[in-house]
Design a protein around this ligand. Structure first.
Ligand SMILES: [Fe+2]
Ligand SMILES: [Fe+2]
Length: 202
């Protein structure tokens, strides 16, 4: 069994492979950072819309998860766009495309699919490129986002499975990496080490 006593990174983890049917075409790391900001911008806006539908139809737990995840994607946007602006001072942040309202159960599936794409296709492709370029800062930002997206997928599927169960757990979002924790039982972020006291509660 592989166990670690340090924070996860691409070179000490076993879950950074790229899926065989990957569709991500890597560009330069600067292009990839911009593509990531674009993707995260769309995801954050979509989750905010899905939160509205969930709230309006009485799915409060799901609404809070979507709000938490929408904020988590803003964390990724902040970290990635900071690296872009250093390299391209004229960079203009993208706007989110229009997105479609879905039934609450399908919005959870749609969100989980997007997160699985990001964690197993987009981010590992971008990480490989950044490693090739020796761009350690991009490797770190992409790697932490990649690990957080997998947790987002898990939380969405958990909410899907328990959609009709009574649940009032709070969600906590890490401001350092976008990790989401459900419930109170944790002390630090397992991805970046930030303390619970710094997390935003939903
Ligand atoms: Fe995510
Ligand atoms: Fe974190």
């Amino acid at each position: 069994m592989n166990v670690r006593d340090e924070l996860p990174a691409y070179d000490n983890s076993s879950n950074f492979n790229i899926v065989a049917d990957a569709t991500t075409e890597p560009g330069t790391t600067l292009d990839n950072l911009k593509a990531a900001v674009q993707g995260e911008t769309g995801a954050s806006a979509k989750y905010a819309l899905y939160a509205e539908t969930a709230e309006a139809t009485g799915y409060d737990q799901v609404a809070r998860l979507f709000k938490a995840a929408s904020y988590a994607e803003q964390v990724h946007i902040r970290l990635e766009s900071a690296l872009v602006v250093e390299r391209d001072p004229d960079y203009v942040k993208p706007v989110a495309p229009e997105c479609e309202r879905l039934a609450v159960d399908l919005s959870l599936i749609d969100a989980a699919k997007g997160e699985i794409f990001e964690t197993s296709d987009m981010y590992p492709t971008f990480i490989e490129q950044a490693v090739d370029e020796g761009d350690e800062r991009a490797v770190k930002v992409f790697s932490r986002a990649k690990l957080a997206e997998s947790v987002h997928a898990e939380k969405y599927l958990e909410a899907y499975n328990n959609i009709d169960a009574a649940d009032d757990d709070v969600y906590y979002v890490c401001p350092g990496c976008g990790y989401i924790h459900k419930g109170e039982d944790f002390e630090t972020c397992p991805i970046c080490g930030a303390p619970k006291s710094s997390f935003k509660k939903f």
